[in-house]
Every structure is written in C-alpha cells, then in structure tokens.
Write a protein that binds this ligand. Structure first.
Ligand code: PGA
Length: 231
C-alpha cells in the first residue's frame, strides 16, 4: 500500500523536520512494508534522512530560468527530490492550471524521470449526474497524459470530498476505481478526500484501491502513522 501525506500550505521548515524525525522513529519502532511519501511545502524541502520518499507539491516545468515565484528541477535536485504531485484540484481550480498546462508539466517531469502522483477528481455537480458522467470527466483528465508511464501513481480525489470531512462512499470509490483500472491496468491508484484514521481500514479494503493521499489527517504524525500502521 501507498500512504502519501500532502501538507499543502501547512507546516514550516522546523515543524516538517520534527515531523520527519517523528516519522523515522515510528518506522524504526514499528516497521512497515508500505511506501510512505511526504509532500511538504516548498520552503521545507531538504535532504532529509528517511526511508520515506519526500516529494514536491508542485514545480515549474523547467530546469531553471526566469519564472518568478516558481521552483524548477535545479531547486529540487539540490535535495535529491525526484517525486512530484501534478494536477491537484486545488491547483487546477485556485491557480487556474488547465488540462493543457497540467499535461505539459507531466510530459516535462516524465522526461526528467520523476515519479509522478497525478491527481484527478470530479466536482459535485458531475458526481450528481451519476457514475457514467464521473468516469467521462475523469478520463478527460488523462488527456495528454502518458498513462503507461512506469513511474506513475494516480490519485483519485473527488473535489467535494477534499477537506470537507465527507469522504466518498465505499460504493462510489469501488465503482470509480474499477472504471479507472480499465485505463490503468498496472498503475497504483490511490484514493484521496477526507481519509482519516476512522475510515482508513474500510477504504483500503476496497478493491483496486492501492493506497491513499491524505491532507488534513496527515498533518499530525500520530494520526498519519496510525493509518500507516492500521493495515
Ligand atoms: P484531505 O485532502 O485529506 O484534507 O481531504 C486530500 C488532498 O487534497 O490531497
């Protein structure tokens, strides 16, 4: 299973270092065969000594250059970071990242050999139209994306379930992941959206769910590791 912690705009450099120290202690005292990823904010990226994979929440598709406010591969290479989240709904919605921009970013980081957690997810008005509309919407988010890329992990995160406390139902997750599996026969598919210790066991028991991408409930290491240790 894969457990990925997405800090978003939470935690500082100092608290991230403390978090990773605590995570290392937990991995040492209660070893896990699961893969653990942590995505801190850009200011907290560093060469951490840990068996967890540290990734970037975002970067500009360039080695370096004149892209004010952005970081590129050069800034990630400094810390040996070669894992990135692409296509998160918050970036698509709040920062206006179009499918075209997301696909361009994907192609660049694929070319650079990064492991990519690629996020897809539908808004509530699409979910309300039923399963078929949801699948159609999600498949459109693969436009321009090489779904056969070997270092790809897909995260299905219904937008209405993110940060709302309301996760998708077992039936919704099951049918969506089943439909995605047809397009992604060999790619791990994560679920994300209000995953927490109270629902982790149920969610991970769903067929075609290979792990979770966790926001709010990952911010506290006790809560995050409780989930890692739960299966
Ligand atoms: P959440 O966020 O766990 O707070 O719902 C998930 C995500 O956006 O990755």
């Amino acid at each position: 299973m894969i457990f990925a912690a997405n800090f978003k705009t939470n935690h500082t450099r100092k608290s991230t270092a403390e978090y990773i120290r605590a995570l290392n202690d937990k991995i040492e005292s209660s070893p896990t065969e699961h893969r653990v990823f942590v995505f801190p904010p850009a200011t907290a990226l560093d060469s951490y000594e840990t068996t967890a994979t540290i990734g970037a929440q975002n970067a500009y598709p360039a080695q370096n250059g004149a892209f004010t406010g952005e970081i590129g591969v050069e800034q990630l290479e400094e810390f040996g970071i070669d894992t990135i989240l692409i296509g998160h709904s918050e970036r698509r919605e709040l920062l206006g990242e179009s499918q075209e921009a997301v696909a361009k970013k994907f192609a660049f980081f694929k070319e650079a050999g990064f492991e990519i957690i690629y996020c897809i997810g539908e808004p509530l008005e699409v979910r309300d139209q039923g399963d078929e509309a949801v699948v159609e919407y999600l498949l459109a988010q693969f436009e321009g994306i090489d779904t056969s890329y070997g270092k790809l992990i897909v995260a299905y995160e219904p937008i209405w379930a993110i940060g709302t406390g309301r996760s998708a139902t077992v039936a919704e997750i099951e049918s969506t992941h089943k439909a995605l599996r047809a397009t992604l026969p060999a790619t791990p598919i994560l679920y994300g959206g209000s995953v927490k210790p109270a629902n982790i066991v149920e969610i991970l028991s769903i067929e075609n769910v290979d792990g979770v991408l966790v926001g709010s409930a990952s911010l506290d290491i006790e809560s995050f590791y409780e989930m890692v240790a739960s299966v």
